[in-house]
Design a protein around this ligand. Structure first.
Ligand code: NAD
Ligand code: ZN
Length: 364
């Protein structure tokens, strides 16, 4: 089963294909890039051999002047130094306005490559070919690109939508378990904020899904990509409160990640705890009943995601990061809360006593 749809935003558009093989990408590109164009596939060490080389051969076979550019695996590659090396390589290889980049990898490769595409020659076209669950359902869609600086993650960036997002779920066959969990946290988030039917499907099949790739993932990834495309189309620059819904669980999640130096908790674990906190608050404020709150907690737990921190974090330190979150305005922390499974509201100001109880319930 495959699907094609388009993300149409005021600041750009992307064609999206889900469920077609990576080997079909070179052919699909011929609709966008002129024959003979230079194409650089940017990938990281974990995937460049297995998936990068065959893709470059395919692109060469389809008549492109294709090369493979490898960056080291991990968040440390998402920086200005790495971007600088890529700019210089592209310039040496005489990449020009009609040349293309392909981001083949997870969110790190996607954000870095997108940022280089947004800025090299003031912007060239690129393709996202995501290979992690998180990248397939989240980071490859929406046009946010960027790099980290020592003062903070994602502080330098640009909006630049890829012309094409090519999502082949079979590319996840080799993805390690921990990364499945991180992606699953975002998948559960989509069900919780937007789609009760998706949430029910996850409830029924979480155990099987968590075993790794199977064709059952294709409709789930398709639905999540559609939701993200839908939300971003309606609120591309996060000004209408709609794109903010995608931050469900993320205020506390980001604070946990920041307060622990991004070393102890994966993003998925951190936002899982954040979703527990937000679920608790949603019930406290009478927006969601206890049954739905338990359903949310049960599904996260089934996916191997935590409800609580493993070790306490000093409350003042957590609050410092919570207030620093870009979602906080004038020191008031605002949360995305649920009105039940499948329905969310953004911008909810939280009473300090309620926040205290909710954080304590997750060991914070
Ligand atoms: N732009 C956005 O809207 C957006 C949204 C969410 C997250 N992000 C960013 O995404 C990044 C995280 O992305 P991620 O979780 O994909 O991490 P990642 O890109 O580091 O990938 C995780 C690990 O999996 C490996 N890997 C990738 N694909 C594989 C495969 N198919 N088989 C085996 N190993 C594979 C990678 O080498 C890496 O070690 C963060 O930098 C975050 O800020 C961006
Ligand atoms: Zn996230």
């Amino acid at each position: 089963m495959s699907a094609r749809f388009t993300l149409k935003a005021s600041n750009g558009r992307s064609d999206i294909a889900v469920g077609e093989a990576m080997t079909a990408l070179p052919d699909a590109l011929s609709k966008y890039a002129r024959p003979g164009a230079k194409v650089a596939v940017v990938s990281d060490a974990a995937i460049s051999g297995r998936q990068g080389k065959p893709l470059v051969s395919g692109l060469t076979g389809a008549g492109y002047d294709a090369t493979l550019l490898e960056v080291p695996s991990g968040e440390k590659s998402k920086d200005l130094k790495q971007a600088g090396q890529l700019y210089r390589r592209l310039a040496k290889d005489k990449f020009e306005r009609g040349s293309w980049l392909v981001a083949l990898g997870g969110g790190v490769v996607g954000d870095l490559t997108g940022f280089v595409a947004a800025t090299y020659l003031r912007g060239i076209s690129y393709v996202q070919a995501p290979t992690t669950l998180l990248a397939q359902v989240d980071s490859s869609l929406g046009g946010k690109t960027g790099v980290d600086i020592p003062e903070g993650k994602n502080l330098v960036g640009a909006f630049h939508h890829p012309a094409l997002i090519w999502i082949d779920p079979a590319a996840l066959k080799t993805l390690p378990k921990a990364h499945w969990r991180t992606g699953m946290a975002e998948v559960i988030k989509y069900g919780a904020i937007w789609d009760a039917k998706l949430f029910e499907t996850l409830e029924k099949s979480a155990d099987d899904l968590m075993k790794g790739y199977s064709p059952a993932w294709v409709p789930i990834i398709t639905r999540c990509a559609q939701i993200k495309a839908d939300v971003v189309s309606k609120d591309p620059t996060e000004t209408k409160g709609l794109r903010a819904l995608l931050n469900f669980g993320h205020s506390v999640g980001h604070a946990i990640e920041g307060a622990t130096g991004y070393e102890i908790y994966s993003h998925g674990e951190a936002i899982s705890i954040g979703m527990f906190v937000a679920g608790f608050l949603s019930q406290q404020y009478g927006l969601m009943d206890g049954i739905d709150r338990i359903r949310l907690g049960t599904l996260l737990t089934k996916a191997g995601l935590p409800a609580r921190v493993r070790r306490p974090i000093r409350r003042e330190r957590l609050m410092e990061f919570l207030a620093r979150d870009k979602k906080a305005e004038a020191g008031v922390v605002r949360f995305v809360l649920l009105k039940g499974i499948g329905k969310a509201v953004s911008g909810q100001a939280i009473d300090p006593e309620y926040l205290d109880a909710a954080l304590s319930a997750s060991g914070l």
